[in-house]
Every structure is written in C-alpha cells, then in structure tokens.
Design a protein around this ligand. Structure first.
Ligand SMILES: Cc1cc2nc3c(=O)[nH]c(=O)nc-3n(C[C@H](O)[C@H](O)[C@H](O)COP(=O)(O)OP(=O)(O)OC[C@H]3O[C@@H](n4cnc5c(N)ncnc54)[C@H](O)[C@@H]3O)c2cc1C
Ligand code: FES
Length: 281
C-alpha cells in the first residue's frame, strides 16, 4: 500500500447525493507537473466499461479501500472510500456526500489532483468463497459490490451469486452489478421499489454457503444473527471513523472475540462471528 498522486477522470452524480468518481494514476497522464492544466482532458475511458483488465499495480482485493485527500485545505484528514471498480490504472469509487470530506471529493473536476493511499485493509477473500453466495448491501454499502461481484463471477467455485440490496427509497448502483449476478432482490423502507421493509426481511441465509454483507452496523448485526441461526458462513465489511487509515492512530478500533482490532488494517472485512457489535454478541 502506498500514497500516489492521481487525477480525477470523471466525478458525476448518479442519483441525488450519490456520486461516482474515477481517478487515474498521474504518471499515466504525464505527471503531477502537468496537473494544473485542466485542459489535460483525460477522457480516455468510460469508467465502468472495463473489459476485465486487471488493476495494473499492487493487487486490489474487493472490499479494500483507498484514503482520498483533495487539494482542499479542509478537512485536513483523508477520507476512506471502498474500491467500486479497479482496472488498468483507474480506480472507481461510489460515494454518498455527507460532510466536509465527501463534499470536497464531490467538488473534484476532471484533471484535478487527488492524493490516494491504498489499497488499504483486508478485503473479501475471493479465492476462499465458494458455492451459493449472497451479497447483502445496505444503502451506500453497495459500493464495494460491483468489483466484488465481477471478481466472484469469474470464479469457477461460485455456483450462484445473488445481490440483496436495501435502500431508504431511491435505488442506485444496481445496474453496474446486474451483469455479474444471477438474481437481484430489492427492499425499500418506503415501499417505493421492491419489497417494503428492510433488506434483512428479504433474505434467509439458510440456502446460501456464504453471505457477504456491507452496510450500517444494525444491518450487519441482524445479518450476523440470522447467519448464525442458519449456520451460514458470514463475512461483514465494518465501517468505522478513520483518521490515518494505516494502523497508526487506533481511532478505528472495534471489539472482537480476539480483542481490540483496527478496522483499517485488520479489516474492514471480518468473519461476522469475530465482531462483537455493541460490545456484546
Ligand atoms: C473502510 C471504509 C470504507 C468506506 N467506503 C465508503 C464508500 O465506498 N462510499 C461512501 O460513501 N462512504 C464510504 N465510507 C464512509 C466515508 O468514509 C464517510 O462517509 C466519510 O468518512 C464521511 O466523511 P465526511 O467528511 O463527508 O463527513 P463527516 O463530516 O466526517 O461526517 C458527516 C456525518 O457522517 C457521520 N459519519 C462519518 N463517517 C462515518 C462512518 N464511517 N460511519 C458512520 N457515520 C459516519 C458523522 O458522524 C457525521 O454525522 C467508508 C468508510 C470506511 C471506514
Ligand atoms: S484509522 Fe488510524 S489506526 Fe485505523
């Protein structure tokens, strides 16, 4: 994992409050010295139109993330975003604008420099996942599942891949994952699409060999509990506030069965049974 200069290729709203950013390693665009010239106009690729080209640098596991910092003075600290897609020398992120950090990222324009550290953390162990697999996403938790689904869809050990996604109301990100999964199920809290209710209402883990989940902590806890009852293997990608992203500040520490663990280096993906949500089970 290392810090490198990248340039923003495209940063576009795909739904209200939801953006997709693609960045490219700056050496491929002529280096940082040329970056101030916006005319650089790097429009070489359609960000999600990758023909399964591998990420050209250190291998990226689905579920890993990059710490991103823009030129904006505030906030000082970088923000973690999961890899939505990685191919060639381009990394793509899907993100929700929340506060100062994601607003600074949302302000990036084509050609702007971005300092990115990564790939960080431990992702989903793709080679160790077999059989019938369910991906469970809550809201922006869908972000890592495009790259994960693409990688899993290439594995001969996977017999079926179902995406189960829950949203408050508006749907997003599904069309990017659809080509790689055998089925998509949707729940919305307001009933505007799919089944009215929570994502956990539309998935019973028993028929699956593995459940991989990313979303808010209450959802992860519910998924963990139902997988435990069904005896289904469960991996969860845990979110925590992060300052350094490289294991130095201890700011992202969570409780696990094997003691305190740092989400940024020991995770964000953990076996669900390891994680002690709310300090309890
Ligand atoms: C490993 C990892 C991967 C992530 N991947 C993505 C991704 O792919 N797409 C995406 O949109 N977001 C992702 N996030 C969350 C993203 O980093 C936060 O939205 C961001 O840090 C918020 O920064 P901000 O400056 O915009 O908001 P802030 O001003 O820092 O916070 C705005 C509000 O959001 C809350 N908040 C901030 N961070 C978190 C958090 N981690 N968990 C819960 N609440 C939080 C704050 O309490 C506050 O209420 C990820 C986080 C982690 C740890
Ligand atoms: S964010 Fe600093 S140790 Fe994890």
């Amino acid at each position: 994992m290392k810090s490198d200069l990248y340039v923003a290729l495209e940063n576009r709203q795909i739904a209200p409050g939801i953006m997709r950013l693609s960045i490219q390693r700056s050496e491929a665009t002529g280096g940082m010295r040329e970056l101030p010239e916006r005319e650089i106009g790097i429009k070489r690729k359609t960000p999600l139109n990758f023909e399964a080209e591998d990420w050209a640098y250190s291998p990226v596991e689905p579920g890993q993330f990059f710490m991103l910092k823009t030129r904006a003075v505030e906030p000082l600290l970088p923000r973690p975003l999961s890899v939505h897609e990685a191919s060639g020398d381009v990394v793509v992120f899907l993100y929700q604008t929340r506060g100062a950090g994601t607003k600074a990222i949302a302000a990036l324009e084509t050609g702007d420099p971005v300092l990115a550290t990564g790939p960080c953390g431990r992702g989903f162990p793709v080679d160790d996942i077999t059989g019938r697999v369910a991906l469970i996403a809550g809201g922006i938790g869908i972000a890592p599942f495009r790259y994960l689904a693409r990688r899993l869809s290439k594995s001969p050990s996977i017999s079926s891949l179902v995406l189960v996604a829950g949203f408050r109301s508006m749907l997003f990100g599904l069309e990017d994952i659809a080509p790689f999964v055998t089925e998509i199920r949707v729940a919305t809290e307001d009933g505007s699409a799919g089944t009215k209710g929570f994502v956990t209402d539309i998935i019973a883990p028993a028929p699956f060999d593995a459940v991989l989940a990313c979303g808010p902590i209450p959802m992860l806890k519910a998924v963990k509990d139902s997988c435990k009852s069904a005896g289904t293997r469960c991996l969860v990608s845990v979110e925590a506030r992060m300052a350094c992203g490289i294991g130095a500040c201890l700011g992202c520490t969570i409780n696990t069965r094997s003691g305190n663990r740092r989400v940024c280096v020991d995770g964000p993906v953990f076996p669900a049974e390891e994680v002690l949500f709310d300090g309890g089970e």
